[in-house]
Design a protein around this ligand. Structure first.
Ligand SMILES: [Zn+2]
Ligand SMILES: [Zn+2]
Length: 224
């Protein structure tokens, strides 16, 4: 099974992708499971399985110390809470914690600022969207050393980079809960060796330029 558990749709202030099209692209390139994880928002999709293809709604929540992804959520979580509160809010609703780009200082990385996160969580050892693959190398080594349950993901904000980083999972699990349980046991293998060539897309330039401002506006609106 191939999974890309970190993709942004139009509910993120820095992506214009529609859920329907994300699913179509993901299927076309051979993924079996995706999570749509919008910035401080839930995507316009419910957890679902159709013809062996799984869609998991999630949120990439900005905390006071960096970003944390909650997978399989039903309720939106407010940004700018403490790390502990955010972890509790994910787990209270039966969600699974994923630590994205743990060492990328340019993104809002949690492990540069925090550290010692209580298990269980998934650890993003490869992120296809960060500016330097070096930060993935650090993450992968750290994850191996600490025996973390590792995943790889694209963090795609445009269609062409969906699956640019994914997780291989050898399983016959047939529900989202079981898939996430298997991943938490450390059975996933992160796949990806280069970050996406952003120069290929003007969209990405545009997004990365407007990204900080747009994100700030979203947080501010949520926070008020
Ligand atoms: Zn992020
Ligand atoms: Zn992201």
């Amino acid at each position: 099974m191939k999974l890309d558990l970190h993709i942004h749709s139009e509910k993120s202030c820095d992506s214009f992708m529609k859920v329907k099209n994300i699913i179509a692209v993901a299927k076309k390139i051979g993924l079996d499971c995706i999570a749509i994880t919008d910035h401080n928002a839930l995507p316009k999709v419910k957890a679902q399985e159709k013809d062996g293809f799984f869609v998991i709604p999630g949120e990439e929540v900005l905390t006071q110390r960096g970003e944390i992804i909650g997978l399989n959520l039903t309720e939106k979580i407010k940004p700018l809470l403490s790390v502990g509160e955010t972890l509790d809010k994910i787990r209270e609703q039966g969600g699974t914690v994923l630590i994205p780009h743990p060492f990328c200082v340019i993104e809002k990385c949690l492990l540069c600022n925090y550290g010692n996160i209580p298990k269980p969580f998934l650890f993003e050892a490869f992120n296809g969207n960060i500016p330097l693959n070096y930060f993935n190398t650090i993450a992968k080594n750290y994850g191996k050393k600490h025996n973390y349950a590792m995943v790889g993901s694209s963090d795609a904000h445009v269609y062409e980079y969906i699956g640019y980083g994914y997780t291989e999972l050898d399983t016959d699990a047939s529900s989202i809960d079981d898939i996430l349980k298997e991943l938490l046991k450390g059975k996933g293998v992160p796949v990806g060796d280069r970050v996406s060539p952003k120069s290929a897309s003007l969209d990405v330039y545009f997004n990365s330029f407007t990204h900080p401002l747009a994100r700030f506006i979203t947080w501010f609106k949520d926070w008020r």
